[in-house]
Design a protein around this ligand. Structure first.
Ligand code: PAF
Length: 278
Protein backbone atom coordinates (compact mmCIF):
# COMPACT_ATOMS: atom_id res chain seq x y z
CA UNK A 1 0.00 0.00 0.00
CA UNK A 2 1.40 3.37 -1.03
CA UNK A 3 1.03 6.35 1.30
CA UNK A 4 1.04 9.56 -0.71
CA UNK A 5 1.15 13.14 0.58
CA UNK A 6 1.42 15.38 -2.47
CA UNK A 7 -0.89 16.06 -5.40
CA UNK A 8 1.75 15.43 -8.13
CA UNK A 9 2.58 12.03 -6.59
CA UNK A 10 -1.11 11.15 -6.33
CA UNK A 11 -1.70 12.16 -9.96
CA UNK A 12 1.29 10.04 -11.00
CA UNK A 13 -0.09 7.06 -9.06
CA UNK A 14 -3.54 7.34 -10.66
CA UNK A 15 -1.93 7.31 -14.14
CA UNK A 16 -0.67 3.82 -13.43
CA UNK A 17 -3.80 2.63 -11.64
CA UNK A 18 -6.13 0.36 -13.54
CA UNK A 19 -8.99 1.84 -15.57
CA UNK A 20 -11.45 0.64 -12.97
CA UNK A 21 -10.46 2.89 -10.03
CA UNK A 22 -12.53 3.15 -6.84
CA UNK A 23 -12.21 5.92 -4.26
CA UNK A 24 -13.33 6.15 -0.64
CA UNK A 25 -12.94 9.74 0.64
CA UNK A 26 -12.72 9.96 4.47
CA UNK A 27 -11.66 12.26 7.27
CA UNK A 28 -9.90 9.38 9.06
CA UNK A 29 -10.68 8.04 12.56
CA UNK A 30 -11.94 5.05 10.63
CA UNK A 31 -14.65 2.83 12.08
CA UNK A 32 -16.56 -0.15 10.72
CA UNK A 33 -18.81 2.22 8.75
CA UNK A 34 -15.84 3.46 6.70
CA UNK A 35 -14.40 -0.03 6.44
CA UNK A 36 -17.67 -1.35 5.00
CA UNK A 37 -17.28 1.21 2.18
CA UNK A 38 -13.67 0.12 1.65
CA UNK A 39 -14.66 -3.56 1.57
CA UNK A 40 -17.36 -2.95 -1.03
CA UNK A 41 -15.09 -0.71 -3.12
CA UNK A 42 -12.37 -3.36 -2.97
CA UNK A 43 -14.71 -5.99 -4.41
CA UNK A 44 -16.02 -3.69 -7.14
CA UNK A 45 -12.77 -2.10 -8.41
CA UNK A 46 -9.43 -3.28 -9.76
CA UNK A 47 -7.59 -0.38 -8.06
CA UNK A 48 -8.60 1.27 -4.82
CA UNK A 49 -7.56 4.58 -3.26
CA UNK A 50 -8.67 6.01 0.08
CA UNK A 51 -8.19 9.63 1.13
CA UNK A 52 -7.72 10.74 4.73
CA UNK A 53 -8.10 14.49 5.01
CA UNK A 54 -9.73 16.40 7.87
CA UNK A 55 -11.12 19.11 5.63
CA UNK A 56 -10.93 22.47 7.45
CA UNK A 57 -13.39 24.23 5.12
CA UNK A 58 -16.34 22.07 6.17
CA UNK A 59 -16.06 22.94 9.86
CA UNK A 60 -18.12 25.83 11.22
CA UNK A 61 -16.33 28.34 13.43
CA UNK A 62 -18.19 26.93 16.43
CA UNK A 63 -16.89 23.42 15.69
CA UNK A 64 -13.46 22.49 16.92
CA UNK A 65 -11.31 21.28 14.05
CA UNK A 66 -8.37 20.60 16.37
CA UNK A 67 -10.36 18.21 18.59
CA UNK A 68 -11.71 16.17 15.65
CA UNK A 69 -10.64 12.55 16.34
CA UNK A 70 -7.46 11.50 14.54
CA UNK A 71 -5.64 8.16 14.57
CA UNK A 72 -3.53 7.91 11.45
CA UNK A 73 -1.47 4.95 12.56
CA UNK A 74 -4.40 2.66 13.22
CA UNK A 75 -6.23 3.98 10.11
CA UNK A 76 -3.27 2.99 7.91
CA UNK A 77 -3.08 -0.41 9.56
CA UNK A 78 -6.80 -1.05 8.91
CA UNK A 79 -6.51 0.09 5.28
CA UNK A 80 -3.49 -2.09 4.69
CA UNK A 81 -5.41 -5.08 6.07
CA UNK A 82 -8.27 -4.21 3.72
CA UNK A 83 -5.87 -4.40 0.71
CA UNK A 84 -6.16 -0.76 -0.27
CA UNK A 85 -3.66 0.17 -3.01
CA UNK A 86 -3.01 3.82 -2.17
CA UNK A 87 -3.85 6.23 0.64
CA UNK A 88 -3.76 9.96 -0.06
CA UNK A 89 -2.97 11.89 3.13
CA UNK A 90 -2.44 15.52 2.06
CA UNK A 91 -1.66 18.41 4.40
CA UNK A 92 -4.18 21.27 4.47
CA UNK A 93 -1.73 23.53 2.58
CA UNK A 94 -1.51 20.95 -0.22
CA UNK A 95 -5.25 21.15 -0.82
CA UNK A 96 -5.66 24.84 0.03
CA UNK A 97 -2.38 26.61 -0.77
CA UNK A 98 -2.01 30.26 0.06
CA UNK A 99 -4.29 32.31 -2.22
CA UNK A 100 -6.78 29.46 -2.72
CA UNK A 101 -10.13 31.06 -3.58
CA UNK A 102 -12.46 28.83 -5.65
CA UNK A 103 -15.57 27.21 -4.17
CA UNK A 104 -18.22 24.76 -5.27
CA UNK A 105 -21.47 26.26 -4.03
CA UNK A 106 -24.43 23.89 -4.30
CA UNK A 107 -27.88 25.53 -4.29
CA UNK A 108 -31.09 24.57 -2.55
CA UNK A 109 -30.21 21.07 -1.26
CA UNK A 110 -27.24 22.39 0.69
CA UNK A 111 -29.13 25.15 2.48
CA UNK A 112 -31.69 22.90 4.21
CA UNK A 113 -31.42 20.67 7.31
CA UNK A 114 -27.73 20.66 8.32
CA UNK A 115 -27.14 23.62 6.02
CA UNK A 116 -29.44 25.82 8.12
CA UNK A 117 -27.06 25.99 11.05
CA UNK A 118 -23.79 24.73 9.52
CA UNK A 119 -23.49 27.55 7.03
CA UNK A 120 -20.81 26.80 4.41
CA UNK A 121 -20.47 23.19 5.59
CA UNK A 122 -21.62 21.72 2.27
CA UNK A 123 -19.63 24.30 0.31
CA UNK A 124 -16.55 22.87 2.02
CA UNK A 125 -17.62 19.26 1.38
CA UNK A 126 -18.52 19.92 -2.28
CA UNK A 127 -15.27 21.80 -2.88
CA UNK A 128 -12.98 19.19 -1.36
CA UNK A 129 -14.76 16.24 -2.98
CA UNK A 130 -14.62 17.95 -6.40
CA UNK A 131 -10.90 18.60 -5.89
CA UNK A 132 -10.28 14.99 -4.84
CA UNK A 133 -12.21 13.76 -7.89
CA UNK A 134 -10.14 16.04 -10.14
CA UNK A 135 -6.87 14.85 -8.63
CA UNK A 136 -7.69 11.13 -8.54
CA UNK A 137 -10.28 10.83 -11.37
CA UNK A 138 -11.99 7.74 -9.95
CA UNK A 139 -14.60 5.74 -11.85
CA UNK A 140 -16.63 5.18 -8.69
CA UNK A 141 -16.68 6.83 -5.26
CA UNK A 142 -18.24 5.40 -2.10
CA UNK A 143 -20.15 7.29 0.63
CA UNK A 144 -22.38 6.26 3.54
CA UNK A 145 -26.16 6.77 3.67
CA UNK A 146 -25.68 7.90 7.30
CA UNK A 147 -24.74 11.35 5.94
CA UNK A 148 -27.93 11.40 3.89
CA UNK A 149 -27.90 15.07 2.97
CA UNK A 150 -24.22 14.91 2.01
CA UNK A 151 -25.10 12.14 -0.48
CA UNK A 152 -27.86 14.28 -1.99
CA UNK A 153 -25.48 17.26 -2.30
CA UNK A 154 -22.77 15.14 -3.92
CA UNK A 155 -25.24 13.61 -6.40
CA UNK A 156 -26.29 17.14 -7.32
CA UNK A 157 -22.71 18.23 -8.12
CA UNK A 158 -21.96 14.98 -9.95
CA UNK A 159 -25.01 15.68 -12.16
CA UNK A 160 -24.58 19.44 -12.53
CA UNK A 161 -20.82 19.45 -13.15
CA UNK A 162 -20.72 16.24 -15.24
CA UNK A 163 -18.12 14.78 -12.92
CA UNK A 164 -18.33 11.39 -14.63
CA UNK A 165 -17.98 9.52 -11.33
CA UNK A 166 -20.41 6.82 -10.29
CA UNK A 167 -21.52 7.66 -6.72
CA UNK A 168 -22.22 4.53 -4.69
CA UNK A 169 -24.22 5.21 -1.52
CA UNK A 170 -23.83 2.35 0.97
CA UNK A 171 -26.07 1.34 3.90
CA UNK A 172 -25.56 2.83 7.36
CA UNK A 173 -23.62 0.56 9.71
CA UNK A 174 -24.99 0.44 13.28
CA UNK A 175 -23.72 -0.84 16.61
CA UNK A 176 -25.53 -3.72 18.32
CA UNK A 177 -28.06 -1.27 19.84
CA UNK A 178 -28.82 0.49 16.56
CA UNK A 179 -26.69 3.62 17.00
CA UNK A 180 -25.31 4.66 13.58
CA UNK A 181 -21.51 4.50 13.62
CA UNK A 182 -19.95 7.97 13.46
CA UNK A 183 -16.64 9.51 14.42
CA UNK A 184 -18.64 11.88 16.62
CA UNK A 185 -19.79 8.97 18.83
CA UNK A 186 -16.31 9.11 20.39
CA UNK A 187 -17.35 12.39 22.08
CA UNK A 188 -19.95 10.40 24.09
CA UNK A 189 -19.42 8.18 27.14
CA UNK A 190 -20.13 4.45 26.76
CA UNK A 191 -23.40 4.90 28.68
CA UNK A 192 -24.46 7.82 26.46
CA UNK A 193 -23.66 5.75 23.36
CA UNK A 194 -25.89 2.94 24.65
CA UNK A 195 -28.74 5.34 25.40
CA UNK A 196 -28.27 7.15 22.06
CA UNK A 197 -29.83 4.09 20.41
CA UNK A 198 -33.08 6.00 21.06
CA UNK A 199 -32.28 7.98 17.88
CA UNK A 200 -32.63 4.91 15.68
CA UNK A 201 -35.63 3.71 17.74
CA UNK A 202 -37.36 7.00 16.96
CA UNK A 203 -36.74 6.51 13.22
CA UNK A 204 -38.00 2.93 13.44
CA UNK A 205 -41.17 4.21 15.15
CA UNK A 206 -41.67 6.60 12.22
CA UNK A 207 -40.94 3.90 9.68
CA UNK A 208 -43.39 1.51 11.35
CA UNK A 209 -46.15 4.12 11.10
CA UNK A 210 -45.39 4.45 7.39
CA UNK A 211 -45.31 0.64 7.01
CA UNK A 212 -48.74 0.44 8.63
CA UNK A 213 -50.08 2.73 5.87
CA UNK A 214 -49.77 6.21 7.41
CA UNK A 215 -48.88 8.83 4.76
CA UNK A 216 -49.43 12.12 6.63
CA UNK A 217 -45.93 13.48 7.26
CA UNK A 218 -46.93 15.34 10.44
CA UNK A 219 -48.26 12.18 12.04
CA UNK A 220 -44.99 10.37 11.31
CA UNK A 221 -42.87 13.31 12.51
CA UNK A 222 -45.01 13.32 15.68
CA UNK A 223 -44.33 9.67 16.42
CA UNK A 224 -40.57 10.23 15.99
CA UNK A 225 -40.71 13.25 18.29
CA UNK A 226 -42.64 11.35 20.96
CA UNK A 227 -39.87 8.73 21.22
CA UNK A 228 -37.11 11.37 21.29
CA UNK A 229 -38.90 13.49 23.93
CA UNK A 230 -39.14 10.43 26.14
CA UNK A 231 -35.34 10.25 26.48
CA UNK A 232 -33.69 12.46 29.15
CA UNK A 233 -30.40 12.06 27.34
CA UNK A 234 -31.58 14.17 24.37
CA UNK A 235 -30.95 17.81 25.22
CA UNK A 236 -32.29 19.24 21.97
CA UNK A 237 -33.95 18.32 18.70
CA UNK A 238 -32.58 20.33 15.75
CA UNK A 239 -34.96 18.85 13.20
CA UNK A 240 -37.22 15.93 12.35
CA UNK A 241 -37.54 15.97 8.59
CA UNK A 242 -39.53 14.05 6.03
CA UNK A 243 -38.20 15.25 2.73
CA UNK A 244 -38.12 14.21 -0.91
CA UNK A 245 -34.95 12.13 -1.36
CA UNK A 246 -33.75 14.16 -4.34
CA UNK A 247 -34.82 17.76 -3.65
CA UNK A 248 -34.90 17.61 0.17
CA UNK A 249 -38.15 19.60 0.06
CA UNK A 250 -40.30 18.78 3.08
CA UNK A 251 -43.40 16.79 2.16
CA UNK A 252 -46.93 16.98 3.61
CA UNK A 253 -48.06 13.63 2.27
CA UNK A 254 -45.61 10.82 1.50
CA UNK A 255 -45.80 9.52 -2.04
CA UNK A 256 -42.37 8.95 -3.64
CA UNK A 257 -39.02 8.07 -2.05
CA UNK A 258 -38.74 10.09 1.14
CA UNK A 259 -35.90 10.50 3.65
CA UNK A 260 -36.90 10.55 7.30
CA UNK A 261 -33.99 12.23 9.06
CA UNK A 262 -33.28 13.63 12.50
CA UNK A 263 -30.59 15.73 14.14
CA UNK A 264 -30.47 15.75 17.93
CA UNK A 265 -28.17 17.00 20.65
CA UNK A 266 -26.67 14.91 23.40
CA UNK A 267 -24.92 17.40 25.67
CA UNK A 268 -23.15 19.57 23.06
CA UNK A 269 -22.72 16.79 20.49
CA UNK A 270 -25.01 16.79 17.47
CA UNK A 271 -25.87 13.37 16.05
CA UNK A 272 -27.71 12.74 12.79
CA UNK A 273 -29.38 9.66 11.39
CA UNK A 274 -31.92 8.76 8.71
CA UNK A 275 -33.93 6.01 7.07
CA UNK A 276 -35.35 6.08 3.55
CA UNK A 277 -39.06 5.32 3.09
CA UNK A 278 -40.20 3.92 -0.23
O1 PAF B 1 -18.09 12.22 4.98
C1 PAF B 1 -16.93 12.63 5.20
O2 PAF B 1 -16.15 12.02 5.92
C2 PAF B 1 -16.50 13.96 4.60
O3 PAF B 1 -17.54 14.89 4.59
C3 PAF B 1 -15.87 13.82 3.21
C4 PAF B 1 -16.88 13.30 2.19
C5 PAF B 1 -14.69 12.89 3.26
C6 PAF B 1 -15.39 15.19 2.70
O4 PAF B 1 -14.44 15.75 3.55
Amino acid sequence: MEIIETIPQMVAWTRHASKNLGLVPTMGALHQGHLSLVERARVENASLAVTIFVNPTQFAESEDLTSYPRDLESDLEALKNAHVDAVFVPKATEIYPSGYDTWVDVGSVSSKLEGEWRTDHFRGVATVVTKLFNIIRPDAAYFGQKDGQQSVVLKQIARDLNLGVDLVICPTIRDENGLALSSRNSYLTAAQQREASVIFRSLVAGREKWESGERQADVIRGSVEQVLRGADLITGIDYISLADSETLNEVDVISGETMLSVAVRIASVQLIDNVVLG
